[in-house]
Structure formats: C-alpha cells, structure tokens
Design a protein around this ligand. Structure first.
Ligand code: MTE
Ligand code: MO
Length: 383
C-alpha cells in the first residue's frame, strides 16, 4: 500500500484510524506540560505521509494572481527573519466521539486530545509574501487576488487522489500581527514528517484544518479555495441539517475556533478516594482571544469555583497581560473535596465574554465539529 513508509510513532498514542494515521495521546499527557511534546502531539492526516528526501531540492512555488511566478527554496525561507510563536493547534473534530453519543455524526472519532500546544518557528508568511512582491497589509493584489491558497504534496481520497489544500484571506496572510508562519521547527527541533516536514503553515487561532502540512505551492486566488476540505467539510451546520437536505454552499468554511476547555486529570472510568482531588485541564479560544476565566463544579453544576490558570511564564491573573501567549492555551487547576459519586464540570469564558454551550445537543451537527459543550466527567468514589 501507500502506507509502507510511515514514520515511527509513540506506542502510547490511541489510534483512531490507522490508514490514514489519526491518533491522540491520553488526556493526562496534555496537562503534564504547558508545551506538548512532539511525540504526544495529536496526528491528523488524510493520506500517507509524504517523503521529502532532499531538503535542498525542495521548493515552494508561488502562482496565481501575482506579477511574477516564483519559486522559493528552503534556503530562501531560512534566510528570512525567524519568528517563534507558541500556538495551540486544535482539530475541528476534537471531542467528536462525545457529540456522536448524542446523535450519530460522520467523521474520525476523537476524545478530548485532538489538540496540542507547541512552539513553532519559521518565517512569517507576511515576510514571504513581501519577498514575492505582495506588500504587508494587502487586501487585494494588483491582479485581484484576495485569498492565499496552500497546496500540499500529499494525496487524499477526498480530493480523488489530489493534494490537501485550504486558503486564508490575503489580509490575514499579509498581516504580521496575525503571526501566520511557514514553520520548519516544532518545539525547537526540525519539524518531523508527521507534522509537515520540511515546511508547513501555522494559522494561529484557526481550526487545524487550515494549517496545511508539506507545502508544495502557494496560490494567490480571487475566491476562497474550492477544495474539498474548505467546501465539503469543516463547515458547521445547524442541528436541523441532515445528509438528505444538506446544502454545502449555504455555509462558510470554519476558520476561528470557539472557546473550549476540557478536564484532563480525570476520566469517566475513574474511581477516586474520598477527600481532596486535583482537577486539571486546558482552556483556549480562537482568534487570539485569551481565556478570561475557567469555572469548575464538583456537584453537577449547582455551585462553581474559579480555577487558577497558568502558562509557561507562570500564573495568570489578568488574561490579556502582555506576558501571556495570545495564541496558546492556558492550563487550569483547582482542588476539591469529593465524598460521593459526582459529575465534575469545567467551562471557560474568553476575553470577549464568549461562553461554552451547556449541552452538546444544541450544537449538534452532522459532521461532528466544534464540540465545545461544557466538559463533564463522572467519578465514582471508593477505596
Ligand atoms: N495538511 C495536509 N497536507 N494534509 C492533511 O491531512 N490535516 C489538517 C492539517 N493540515 C492535513 C493538513 C488537519 S484537519 C489538522 S487538524 C492539522 O493538519 C493537524 O496537524 P498535526 O497532524 O500536525 O497535528
Ligand atoms: Mo482537523
């Protein structure tokens, strides 16, 4: 098969699909460190992992609505100023398995770990585009380009054997503050094959689907990318839409992800000893909106306490503090006394005051994306 040369992976990952390889770590791995180790970072693929043997021969071509078609080699990318951005990548399908329990959805099942926080380094896309002749803060090129399409070298069955692709608006791509990267390092090491070697896009604050791995070309186009993953997937429909009445063109491709949080130190099967327990998890919001607050309940939502929040630089007291990583998650923690079986709940509020929905039913959608409902864990108590 095409899957004969897959890279080695950590044996502790839970495999949700083998070919293509889709896997997530145990939830406890996410709260062991602020930066998720590469080997425990979820892997989300739609085809075999491409092989790039000679990084010096590898190039990205720039085509479309620009004055001159260009080709950039890795040395051109390495020569640009190197930026490092801590950003949380989250698959839109994170927590899909739980949504499917309410009513069946289509898609790879994921528990709560189709998310990770990494330190990405590379060139800013705004600098790369400037190098090929598109100024910073452009909304449109002289030839009418308004979107930047990223095309991979992989092959996906959803694209009938063609490459994975996606686009973002030109205004975002040319805005240096949007921190869109062409990344060649993850957590200070050369990007590995699973995560896009030698070069991938990182679009902070946006669902993972737009952070195209194994970049082959960048096309400047007038309208958003017409690929499968932009037009026939990763769109959020209302609960009334089913596979018989779906009209894909009635919805826009999902970009920013909504406010999300999950408890990682406990799971439904846990039997805990009566007394003090520690409740830990992650909270994150899209679009660079930081986390304002995380509320935790240990009595099924009757009463709430505010959890403490931290990033690598330490405890956070004001979420829009200059020292906070705006594209990255916060880890939260609180202690509680448990004496009987109970439901433990976490819900977050972002700096725009956005809250998570109480139940999965109200946001149920046939593709099972963006399950951001309050995260609930049922624990039993015993010795
Ligand atoms: N890029 C390519 N070329 N092929 C893919 O299948 N999957 C996307 C995105 N980029 C994908 C891709 C999706 S849906 C997600 S969630 C992220 O990559 C996952 O990135 P990761 O595997 O590095 O965690
Ligand atoms: Mo994804």
């Amino acid at each position: 098969s095409d899957y004969k040369q897959e890279p080695p992976r950590h044996p502790a990952l839970a495999i949700n699909s083998k070919e293509p390889f889709n896997a997530e770590p145990h939830r406890s791995a996410l709260v062991s460190s602020y930066v998720t180790p590469v080997e425990f970072f979820y892997k989300r693929n739609h085809g075999p992992i491409p092989i790039v043997d000679d990084v010096n021969k590898y190039s990205v071509s720039f085509t479309g609505l620009i004055d001159n078609q260009k080709e950039l080699y890795m040395k051109d990318i390495w020569n640009l100023p190197k930026y490092t951005v801590t950003a949380t990548l989250q698959c839109a399908g994170n927590r899909r398995t739980a949504m499917s329990k309410s009513q069946k959805v289509r898609g790879v099942g994921w528990d709560i770990s189709a998310i990770g926080n990494a330190v990405w380094s590379g060139a800013k896309l705004a600098d790369v585009l400037e190098l090929i002749g598109i100024p910073k803060y452009s909304n449109v090129t002289s030839r009418g380009g308004k979107h930047v399409e990223f095309v991979s070298i992989d092959k996906c069955k959803e694209e009938n054997g063609g490459p994975y692709k996606a686009s973002i608006p030109l205004s975002q791509a040319t805005n240096p503050e949007a921190d869109v990267l062409l990344a060649y390092e993850m957590n200070g090491e050369t990007l590995n094959r699973d995560h896009g070697y030698p070069l991938r896009v990182i679009v902070p604050g946006v669902i993972g689907a737009r952070s195209v791995k194994w970049l082959d070309s960048i096309n400047i186009i007038a309208n958003e990318c017409q690929g499968f993953f932009m037009q026939k997937d990763y769109k959020m429909f209302p609960p009334s839409v089913n596979w018989d009445n779906i009209n894909w063109s009635s919805r826009r491709p999902q970009m920013d992800f909504p406010v999300q949080c999950a408890i990682c130190s406990l799971e439904d099967v846990n039997m805990v000893k009566p007394g003090k327990i520690t409740i830990k998890g992650y909270a994150v919001s899209g679009g660079g909106r930081g986390i304002e607050r995380v509320d935790v309940s240990v009595d099924g939502g009757k009463t709430w306490v505010e959890a403490s929040r931290s990033q690598k630089s330490g405890m956070l007291y004001i979420s829009d503090d200059e020292s906070s990583d705006k594209w990255a998650w916060v880890l939260f923690e609180t202690e509680a006394d448990i004496s009987q079986a109970t439901e433990i709940i976490a819900k977050a509020v972002d700096i725009a005051g956005n809250v998570q929905p109480e139940n999965v039913e109200v946001i149920w959608n046939l593709r099972g994306i963006l399950n951001t409902s309050w995260h609930r864990v049922h624990v039993r108590v015993g010795h």
